[in-house]
Design a protein around this ligand. Structure first.
Ligand SMILES: Cc1ncc(COP(=O)(O)O)c(C=O)c1O
Length: 398
């Protein structure tokens, strides 16, 4: 089996992630921040160690500014709904993931004004000048995606940060695809809110995510109760991080996320980036050499993540995904990738495309196997997909 759907969630995980989930649940599976016994204290220590590692990775000045959430969507909802009030104005790009666009649409129905900027180039780049020009007296937030999960285009968030700083407006970055993949310094880039997933580039388990919040912003918590601190009060406590972490946390997931972080730090982001770039180069060059395949995304490979979106002439993306899965045991993602507007920019709406996305564990042999499979597919007629997306095809691995 070859897994190339790492932009959805990374797989496999480092061995220590699996081991820690098992041993943590067996040995430290108590409720942190509630009881004073040694098992609860040990659980809390592990959670706080992961928080410190995240703060170090992002160069956050205070680990209390890192809030644990369930996933990146959870972090984006907290940022947007906790900060924006009717009458506020927010500037965003039209090509974001629906984890950003849907909460914004809901807020718009409630009286928040939303400006959606089109990219300034067909490659999907958003212009800092366009952002600056859209700023008005009520602009409270700039909400952008660091890198597209469809085309991989990496936005210049440093320049967005300069605009935000100049106008004293908060900057929210959806870093679902970039934390654990690209180096990010929240202080140097003037980011106020950085939403991320624990289960993608950070190599942690699903059900983990986080939000960095600078001291300049104070979103309202979206949930109350169950913090284990200030038990005598009926009011939500006001200190970070616990005011935002209501209810028993995903301790086992956070413990394992810590191991994902340790793995990344020991191997180094730079080394992982180089490895992924080697895989991406082979993949993009190979795809470009197969007749009938169209590849999308920025031409400048230094400005794109290791995702390769493509289509095969006459074939629908679903047909390619199904044949890769069923005839070759290769896992990719086909369709609109929760980001229909990004596909409109690429010209691939409404059917979308096929996306292969690599992780630090993929190999050149796996990329070559995918390319070999695509060569066979591109020379044949598409199969008929049944309603459950199984296929009958003349293409086989052998
Ligand atoms: C750009 C982007 N934003 C947000 C998300 C949502 O992340 P999560 O599944 O952790 O909520 C994704 C997931 O693919 C993404 O690619």
């Amino acid at each position: 089996m070859i897994y190339l759907d790492n932009a959805a969630t990374s797989w496999p995980k480092p061995e220590a992630v699996y081991r820690t989930m098992d041993t943590f649940l067996r040995e430290k599976g108590a409720n942190p921040g509630r009881s004073g016994h040694d098992m609860a204290v040990a659980a809390e220590k592990v959670v706080e160690e992961t928080r410190v590692l995240l703060a170090r990775l992002l160069n956050a000045p205070d680990e209390k500014d890192i809030i644990f959430t369930l996933n990146c969507t959870d972090s984006l909802n907290l940022s947007l709904k906790g900060l924006l009030k009717p009458g506020d104005h927010v500037i965003t790009s039209s090509i974001s993931h629906n984890s950003l666009t849907r909460p914004l649409r809901r807020l718009e129905h409630e009286g928040v004004k939303v400006t959606r900027l089109l990219p300034c180039s067909e490659e999907g780049f958003v212009s800092p000048q366009d952002i600056e020009q859209a700023i008005g007296p009520n602009t409270r937030l700039i909400a952008v995606t660091h890198a597209s999960n469809v085309s991989g285009v990496i936005q210049p968030i440093e320049e967005f940060g300069e605009v935000a700083k100049r106008h004293d407006i908060a900057l929210l970055v959806d870093a679902a695809q970039t934390v654990g993949t690209l180096p990010i310094d929240v202080q140097a880039t003037n980011v106020d809110l950085l939403a991320f997933a624990g289960h993608k580039g950070l190599l942690g388990p699903t059900g983990t995510g986080g939000l960095y919040m600078s001291k300049r912003v104070e979103p309202e918590p979206l949930k109350e109760g169950g913090t284990g601190t200030v038990s005598e009060s009926e009011e939500q406590p006001s200190g970070r991080p616990y005011m935002y972490e209501s209810g028993t946390p995903n301790t086992v997931g956070i413990a394992a996320l810590g191991e994902g972080l340790r793995y990344l730090m020991s191997r180094t982001l730079a080394d992982i980036q180089t490895h992924k770039k080697t895989l991406l180069d082979r993949l993009l060059d190979g795809l470009a050499a197969i007749p009938g395949i169209t590849v999308y995304g920025p031409r400048d490979r230094a400005r794109r993540l290791s995702v390769a979106p493509f289509n095969i002439e006459r074939w629908s993306p679903d047909e390619v995904g199904a044949v890769l899965d069923q005839a070759f045991d290769i896992k990719v993602r086909a369709g609109l990738h929760c980001a229909p507007a990004a596909h409109k920019v690429l010209g691939t709406y409404p059917h979308g495309c096929v996306r292969a996305s690599v992780s630090c564990f993929n190999t050149l042999d796996e990329i070559d196997f995918l390319l070999g499979a695509l060569e066979k597919i591109a020379g044949t007629e598409p199969p008929r997909l049944t309603a459950d997306k199984t296929q009958s095809s003349s293409v086989s691995a052998h």
